[in-house]
Design a protein around this ligand. Structure first.
Ligand SMILES: Nc1ncnc2c1ncn2[C@@H]1O[C@H](COP(=O)(O)OP(=O)(O)OP(=O)(O)O)[C@@H](O)[C@H]1O
Length: 807
């Protein structure tokens, strides 16, 4: 028998030792778990609440241990759930149960089907995540058992958020979990997907796997969750959902949650719910919206909306605001136009037509921001848990009370307070208020303070006259808006014939309204439509590709689906929509998103225009390795490469990120002052070569030079009043520039800076904030480059046009 050299022998010895220790640990864990599972099973059997009961009505079990029921539990500790989950919850500082958790968790833990409805921001996510994780734990689910829990949710951002929450509470478990939210390369995911125990998915992508992934097997599924159930059950997702359900076993636990719940018998029959518990915890409440939400509406003619919103933004520069509009194109235009007018607060846009990379970047930026305005379609209306949103401003009327509730629910979440303002046109007022009041929404009228409404029309006209791109955006925005009004089902609220198109066009900076051709075609049902005094002939149906709907009604239904899905979300309806209405699902990524975003951005920043910056990377709940689950089934034979033991720490920056561990920011309160300071002369000289410098130095604006890791850049960040304009600066410092700062580290150690002659240096910024800032910086550079490129192309095209000689 051949003998190994001494060094090798030592290695083999070490490996064997590691493996023995590893197996020992596993055995220990396994014994402990067996014991715990037995106790949990007994506790659940003995203490489950009576079917049909609502635990909210039970008195608190003040330390009384004589009762075996856990129905009156007030804290997670009182529930029969595993130590691993409890540790995960504690690490996230979840201690006491919210109302929906008190009502629904005891039933769901007992394995019952649940239909849960509770106000926005009331903690529904944990209410379904805990039962999923616990059920699989009690069943001793291993990776080899395949898919055990499936969470379906309508939007990608929501899926990502749920996945993050799952990672937090599941980090001490040995379960694998993946996020499937659409992307380009299904093949790369295929192997890993089959090894996942829990999937958080949007319906379209999941169905794709069910259809195309050979080993994908959902026949062992234990728990199905439909978050935002009413949205998933509605028309837009129906065929996708039906196809998914066909692949799932009938004998499973099903949990449905939403802030606006369905009880449609037809829906429930489709889902084969068995004796579900209906738990609508706020149905008896006087309001269907959070109590700490202050709600008002103002009647504003369509042509004044831009002025009012501009005025609002200018007078809330320190607030974090979401502005909801009906369509992607409006969001794009309003964001782009206002951004160029530089109101003094960072502006961002979020809609389904954006590239996935940008979409996620904006999502995280807005989460991090202290003051920012996010223009969004209803893609941001459901479920997203942005921290500390101060205002929800609805520039366009929501489709109905449900849509309203979800939109305003982005503020006043959990214990926080918030404000919401709805702008309605005189024509929409009565109809929508009737709907809101019927849905128990306490909303009062307010008048717009004439002092805040600045006429922004002339400034927009000036902008549009200089930019054909912006002009086109404005025209498309107007068309999209009129179209959305036309497609709205509630004609009591939305009357396309009353829209003052010309005045509205002027308020957007256009000289005249563009042709509204789509209206021409809907018309067997509408013979002639008068929009703001302009008569539009009705010709044929909407241009829906080669197979037009057979009637105007069909066109409207189809278009409404677009409104609900194509415009506001891009995942569902792929099989239903004609090709030109589909928004391609493309790039993907997953958590920890910031880390991956930064890494991918480093590698791929020149490819931002490409669709697939990120692909879905299925990630283990507790493994550090992206895609580690591909080796999951071999974990026992390769202990060194697969993390099987619980991970006891959150994601920390790796050694390679050390360079990124601080953000160094130098700001000069004024360009000219800065020149007198020798310390910053070099930085400013470098800045002087930039386009930004040439553009702004003359205007006496202030500049900032930022060095973040390898990325450096120059940005104008203050308005003339000295207010911070740039999120980078906000990320870098909570302290307003100009305030005195003595250079000592603050209590939380987050800052170590000096302020001297208008110069401010920030160091030791927490890693996450830094990464976000660095990412913004990189992305902006790309955007700038793209813009310059576009301008050049435009200029070239113009020159060419001039050179054409007409014979
Ligand atoms: N028991 C708890 N203790 C403390 N915070 C909690 C608890 N449960 C949930 N939260 C926090 O409350 C916020 C809202 O929770 P969540 O997103 O689950 O609400 P939701 O009911 O799903 O809202 P929406 O209907 O808008 O989707 C989150 O920030 C979450 O971390």
């Amino acid at each position: 028998m051949a003998t190994l050299p001494a060094g090798k022998r030592e290695d083999v010895k070490q490996q064997k030792k590691h493996r023995r220790n590893f197996v020992k640990q596993l055995n220990k864990r396994s014994i402990h778990e067996d014991l715990e599972i037995k106790q949990l099973e007994e506790a659940i059997a003995a203490g489950a609440p009576a079917s049909g009961s609502n635990s909210l009505s039970l008195p608190e079990n003040n330390g009384d241990t004589s009762s075996s029921s856990y129905a009156s539990a007030r804290s997670f500790d009182d529930l029969p759930i595993s130590e691993y989950t409890k540790e995960g919850l504690l690490a996230s500082k979840y201690v006491t149960l919210t109302a929906i958790q008190r009502a629904a968790l005891p039933h769901a833990i007992a394995g019952r089907d649940v239909l849960g409805a509770a106000k926005t921001g009331s903690g529904k996510t944990l209410t379904f995540l805990i039962p999923v994780v616990e059920k699989l734990y009690r069943l001793k689910w291993t990776r080899r058992d395949g898919l055990g829990g499936l969470i379906l949710t309508p939007t990608r951002e929501l899926a990502l958020q749920i996945f993050e929450e799952l990672r937090k509470i599941g980090k001490y478990h040995e379960l694998s979990a993946g996020l499937l939210i659409g992307g380009k390369d299904v093949k790369e995911e295929q192997e890993a997907v089959s090894a996942m125990n829990i999937l958080v998915a949007t319906p379209g992508r999941l169905l794709q796997h069910m259809d195309e992934t050979p080993g994908f097997d959902a026949s062992g599924l234990q728990v199905l969750v439909l978050d935002e159930a009413d949205r998933i059950l509605d028309m837009g997702f129906s065929s996708t959902l039906d196809a998914i359900l066909d692949n799932l076993p009938q004998s499973r636990q099903t949990l449905l949650f939403s802030a606006t719940q369905t009880k449609s018998v037809k829906d429930l029959a489709r889902l084969s719910l068995s004796n579900p518990e209906y738990l609508s915890v706020h149905s008896d409440a006087t309001a269907s919206t959070p109590l700490k939400l202050d709600q008002a509406y103002a009647v504003v003619p369509l042509q004044h909306k831009m002025d009012v919103v501009w005025g609002f933004i200018k007078s809330h520069l320190h607030a974090k605001t979401i502005v909801f509009l009906s369509t992607c194109k409006q969001v794009r235009f309003v964001h782009e136009a206002f951004r160029r007018l530089r109101p003094g607060v960072p502006l961002r846009a979020l809609h389904g037509g954006m590239k996935q990379f940008k979409r996620m970047g904006v999502f995280y930026e807005f989460c991090e921001a202290k003051a920012m305005v996010l223009f969004a379609t209803d893609i941001a209306a459901r479920g997203l848990d942005f921290p500390t949103v101060d205002w929800v401003l609805q520039m366009d009327c929501p489709e109905d009370a449900h849509a309203y509730i979800h939109r305003v629910g982005r503020t006043a979440r959990y214990m926080a307070s918030g404000k919401a303002l709805l702008l309605v046109t005189p024509g929409e007022k009565d109809g929508i208020l009737e709907d809101l009041r019927a849905s128990k929404i306490p909303i009062k009228q307010t008048k717009i303070n004439p002092g805040i409404a600045h006429s922004v029309g002339p400034a927009l006209q000036a902008l549009l006259s200089k930019s054909t791109e912006l002009k086109e955006y404005a025209q498309r925005s107007l068309i999209a808006y009129v179209r959305s009004v036309f497609l709205q089902p509630n004609k009591k609220v939305f009357d396309v014939t009353q829209l003052p198109a010309e005045e509205y066009a002027q308020s957007l900076g256009l000289i005249t309204a563009p042709k509204l051709r789509f209206l021409k075609k809907v018309g067997k049902h509408v013979q002639s439509t008068n929009i703001g005094g302009r008569s539009a002939d009705i010709e044929a149906l909407l241009d829906y590709g080669s197979s037009p709907p057979s009637s105007g009604r069909a066109a409207m239904t189809s278009g409404r689906n677009e409104l609900k899905n194509g415009i506001t979300d891009d995942e569902p309806l792929k099989p239903q929509l004609p090709a030109r209405l589909q928004i391609s699902s493309r790039s993907e990524h997953i958590q920890p998103a910031l880390r991956i975003m930064n890494k991918a951005a480093d590698n791929a920043e020149h490819d931002e225009e490409e669709d697939d910056l990120f692909r879905v990377k299925v990630q283990d709940v507790f493994s550090d390795e992206v895609g580690a689950a591909t080796t999951a089934s071999t974990s026992f034979s390769h202990p060194a490469t697969t993390t099987v033991m619980p991970r006891h720490e959150d994601d920390r920056p790796s050694a390679g990120d050390a360079e990124d561990s601080h953000l160094y920011t130098t700001a000069v309160t004024s360009y000219h002052q800065g020149l007198q300071n020798p310390v910053y002369r070099n930085a400013l000289a470098a800045a002087g070569t930039s386009r930004t410098h040439q553009q702004y130095a003359g205007a006496g604006r202030k500049k900032i030079r930022i060095k973040a890791g390898k990325a450096t850049g120059v940005r104008v960040v203050f308005d003339d009043g000295g207010e911070v304009l740039d999120p980078l600066a906000l990320l870098a410092s909570n302290t307003k520039f100009g305030s005195s700062y003595n250079g000592q580290a603050t209590d939380d150690g987050s800052r170590d800076g000096v302020e001297e002659q208008g110069v401010y240096v920030v160091r030791e910024i927490p890693n996450e904030r830094f990464k976000c800032a660095a990412d913004i910086l990189r992305r902006r550079d790309l955007e700038d480059k793209a813009r310059v490129k576009e301008q050049k192309l435009e200029e070239r095209a113009r020159k060419k046009a001039r050179n054409i000689v007409v014979p």
